[in-house]
Ligand binder design. Structure first.
Ligand code: SAM
Length: 239
């Protein structure tokens, strides 16, 4: 997969080359390029923003600069992702959808965001998603891009040491994952649940499913409500 990021702070994206993602790049599973939006400015101040039509506080990112940047960076099959608090919420399902693409281009906004005509213009020749990573407002799109790229990249074949981890993560079956434990058996007088040391795989699976159901019920009842009714068996409903 090829990922391009356009930003006025390229250094903000340095963590993309660290740890698991860095290894994926080294192994040729992922190709990431970060572009400085100011490379497409022509004035002496390298300005990327201007005051908003209609008045109001803050500045808006200029369409000419973004237009030229995206013309230069987006391949013909690109899917353009524009982080914005006003976008559709980013989910694990969306991460899977993005992971199936050949090319993703991320456009990092700053100030009050990007002139809306940049999105309208891009939509004339490519798929564009305006995406929010949560109901809060960040200073810029860079942290949102780090979040989305990490969620997408770990789903690419070969990136995770054990692909089963992604299959068993929270959200893959519509539920939150239950609690995890490792050695020692007792720590600060807190024991690991007996069933996990029983060697009885069926009992362990049932215990994990029950804890996942309980946790989801308590913390994210909206996820349980969204599950198709036929995904819960008789035992699930009793939990
Ligand atoms: N005026 C915008 C609004 O109220 O919708 C907020 C702009 S915000 C200060 C600047 C930039 O940060 C946005 O263009 C976007 O790139 C990024 N951003 C802020 N919060 C975000 C969120 N929850 N999800 C994704 N991107 C976000």
């Amino acid at each position: 997969m090829r990922i391009d990021v356009v930003t006025i702070f390229p250094e903000y994206l340095a963590p993309l080359r660290t740890a698991l993602l860095g290894k994926a790049i080294e192994r040729g599973l992922l190709d990431i390029a970060v572009h400085d939006l100011r490379d497409w400015t022509y004035d002496v101040h390298r300005a990327v923003d201007d005051s908003p039509y209609g008045g109001g506080p803050g500045m808006v990112m200029k369409p000419q600069v973004w237009g030229e940047a995206l013309d230069a960076v987006c391949p013909s099959d690109a899917r353009l992702i524009v982080p914005t608090p006003a976008g559709r919420p980013f989910t694990q399902r969306m991460a899977h959808e993005f992971a199936a693409e050949r090319s993703l281009v991320f456009a990092c906004g700053r100030y009050e965001g990007i002139d809306q005509r940049v999105i309208a213009d891009a939509e004339r020749r490519m798929r564009v998603d305006e995406v929010s990573i949560g109901d809060y407002v960040l200073v810029g799109g860079e942290v949102a891009v780090l979040t989305m790229v990490e969620a997408v990249a770990r789903l690419l074949p070969g990136v995770l040491g054990n692909p089963v981890s992604a299959e068993q993560d929270s959200f893959s079956d519509g539920l939150l994952e239950g609690p995890s434990y490792t050695r020692p058996e007792v720590w600060r007088e807190l024991p690991v649940p007996d069933v996990l040391r029983s060697g009885n795989h069926a009992a362990v699976d049932r215990w994990r499913r029950d804890r996942a159901l309980e946790r989801t019920y308590r913390r994210r009842p909206d996820l349980l409500a969204a599950l198709p009714t036929d995904t819960l068996d008789k035992h699930d409903r009793a939990v």
